[in-house]
Ligand binder design. Sequence first.
Ligand SMILES: [Zn+2]
Ligand SMILES: [Zn+2]
Length: 271
Amino acid sequence: MIVDYHMHLQDPDEQIDHTVEAVERYVEKAVERGIDEIGFTEHYYYFEQSRALWDQQFMLDRCVYDLDPYVAAVVEAKDRGLPVKLGLEVDYVPGRERETADVLAPYPWDFLLGSVHYVDGFPVDQEPGLVEKLGANEGWRRYFVWLRNAARSGLFDSLSHPDLVKHHGPSADAEVAGWLHEETADAIEAAGICVEVSSAGLHKPVGELYPDPLLLEACRARGVPITLASDAHVPQNVGRDFDRAIAHARAAGYETVTIFEGRARRQEALG
Ligand SMILES: [Zn+2]
Ligand SMILES: [Zn+2]
């Protein structure tokens, strides 16, 4: 099976479009590309229900949508028999786990992605970012502390673009990166959640898949399952570069991919 479990609902002009018609456009592209199932994972910070959690202007400026129509559009598409799942890409905010859980609780999620886009007020994938401000080793160290805490929070089913910190480069020293990868794989294993293999990084300055092969191999060695992701923001990017993402997973030893339904997961043969 091939599934794409990370995408954002926009119309072809890249405007937010939380409607069944928008869902259908993504499904059409998925069918064309041989993707069996897709999961929508809009940013949590787009929804006004989450406003109290944010202090970044970038997020507050976008925090203007109602969560209910988004959920309703995906649920209706599911009810019509389309191969879609309801997810959300949720920014992890340390110390606010209870509030995050309370806002999310009423909705019928199939899975929740945990993301770290900001660390101690520094953006991870925007300029000037965490690594630029703190240097590669310290930026990486802090990013992975947050990611491990996101894993341990119990809020999430999979971690999005798990080494997003490499987005702009430069990388931490090989030795530092090595132990950060090992510690992070330990935390993900202990949390009992999945890690995302994402093709999105191929189109970012780093030009690499997420995560690094060594982090993915460390996860594989511990039996951590994977989800697959394009992080598409327009229908034409659904399943983009999945041949490379699947080869990346296979190279690390993966033979299955995770399917979610109502936050319960199972494994299916990959490909
Ligand atoms: Zn993201
Ligand atoms: Zn995303």
